[in-house]
Design a protein around this ligand. Structure first.
Ligand code: CMC
Length: 429
């Protein structure tokens, strides 16, 4: 029996179907609401709005659960590699050995970037934020890799997926090298995805980069943990922009732009800046905690809180452990990690954070790992973008394959002036 919700408006009763997801999440289907009742819904920030049905990622924010295609993220972080997880997200199943090798081969084939693109990098002003460069360069890829009419749509889409996944990492490393005035290091066919990235970032003729399996593992874990997060702001941007049927490069570029913000992917950079500020001020946490609780102060404890998680973010738990593993391996001590752990301990006992359900999110500890590996601070959001790319691609693919898909075009409740007449400039008071 189809369940419905009843809406009584203007003396009439309307029945709205209830849609139930595989994990029991219930939604009121309002797709015919306006046509039948003349009403629209109002939901600032979309906190109560399901924009699509999706079979990619499941999150339970109350229980702290995150699964990609049904598989817990903890298992993927422990056993998988980023490329395999990307395949899982995009194709729905873990690859066979042969499929994984074909997929890795494609990424290898597409890892180089058109040499003419280097000129763009060189013309960005020194000090330009790498997210600005990345969003522009990903959009520009379309100009360098236009559609080829002889290819089927499926072939074109698959090539575009591989190109994006592979080139984003080359573009990120190139932008770093060029920003330093250093020679670009090309991708190598004998290295896996993460080792290749680290080598492109850090190898130098005077100081060859030694690839360490534990650091490669840490990078894999970082990227896997960021690989998808259902309808977050940047993914919603990719789906919305993609709904106009613009090319995938442009849609991903929009996702990168949305991710850049400090409330989203820019938070990993903001957390380390905040921890550094605490450190530079002598390590006293009290003023920062009271600022975070002060309604009249815009300051927030970065790396804390989440729209969906009302408990500990499962990704943060893994990232926290990873901090200790990486620092031990690299024989480093990071005073910011001690500050972060103290901050977490105090905040989790503080009634403000308890009452607001504010717990560490993925960004709280990830910056410590990135910093230990040698990733510069302003590239932290770029690392998030590399990780999130398979999620954006799979969500874009799902939306394009959805028979019910329509142009995303929300409504509004207009609260401006009623109709009035144009006043010529000389008659305006
Ligand atoms: N520090 C202090 N107070 C906070 C914080 C925080 N980090 N986060 C939320 N609050 C308070 C907020 O002031 C509000 O209080 P009140 O109800 O008394 O007015 C209440 O909690 C709800 O806040 P909100 O902004 O309505 O909640 P939201 O669901 O829209 O925001 C958030 C989620 C992530 C934007 C927010 O928690 C935040 O700004 N956190 C800091 C930035 C951050 O770490 N972002 C990374 C998110 S995880 C990575 C990703 O997936 O993007």
């Amino acid at each position: 029996m189809v369940k419905t919700a009843k809406l009584i408006f203007d003396g009439k009763t309307f029945e709205l179907p209830i849609v139930t997801g595989t994990e029991g999440e219930k939604a009121i289907d309002i797709s015919n609401l306006r046509a039948e009742t003349g009403l629209i819904t109002l939901d600032p920030g979309y906190a109560n709005t399901g924009s699509c049905k999706s079979s990619i990622t499941f999150m339970d924010g109350e229980k702290g659960i995150l699964r990609y295609r049904g598989i817990p993220v903890e298992q993927l972080a422990e056993h998988s590699r980023f490329v395999e997880t990307a395949y899982l997200l995009i194709n729905g199943e873990l690859p066979t050995r042969e499929a994984l090798s074909r997929f890795s081969g494609l990424l290898n084939d597409h890892s180089l970037v058109h040499e003419d693109m280097r000129a763009f990098f060189e013309k960005f002003p020194r000090g330009a934020h790498p997210m600005c460069i990345l969003a522009s360069m990903v959009n520009a890829l379309r100009a360098f890799y236009p559609e080829i009419p002889e290819r089927t749509e499926e072939e074109e889409v698959n090539i575009t997926f591989s190109r994006l996944l592979s080139k984003i990492r080359t573009l990120a490393a190139m932008s770093y090298r060029i920003s330093l005035g250093h020679k670009v290091v090309y991708p190598r066919h004998d290295l896996c995805y993460c080792a290749n990235f680290l080598n492109m970032m850090f190898d130098s003729p005077v100081r060859p980069y030694t690839i360490d399996d534990d650091i490669v593992k840490a990078l894999n874990v970082f990227l896997i943990l960021h690989a998808d997060h259902e309808q977050n702001s940047s993914t919603a941007a990719v789906r919305l922009v993609g709904s106009s049927r613009v090319n995938l490069y442009a849609a991903i570029s929009a996702g990168i732009a949305a991710l850049w913000g400090p409330l989203h992917g820019g938070a990993n950079q903001a957390v380390v800046e905040m921890l550094q500020e605490i450190h530079d001020c002598g390590g006293d946490l009290a003023p920062f905690l009271s600022r975070a609780k002060d309604k009249n102060d815009p300051f927030r404890l970065m790396g804390f809180g989440h729209r969906v998680y009302k408990t500990y973010d499962p990704r943060a738990r893994i990232m926290k452990k990873m901090c200790d593993i990486v620092l031990k391996k690299l024989k480093q001590k990071d005073p910011l990690l001690d500050i972060a752990k103290r901050l977490e301990e105090i905040a989790l006992k503080d009634s403000y954070f308890i009452d607001h359900h504010l717990y560490p999110n993925v960004d709280f500890y990830s910056g410590i790992v990135l910093r230990a590996i040698g990733i510069p601070l302003n590239m932290f959001p770029v690392m998030f973008a590399i990780g999130r790319l398979p999620g954006w691609i799979s969500q874009w693919k799902e939306s394009h394959e959805d028979a019910d898909w329509r142009l995303h075009r929300p409504r509004q409740v207009y609260i401006g002036l009623k109709q009035r007449d144009y006043v010529p400039v000389d008659e305006r008071g």
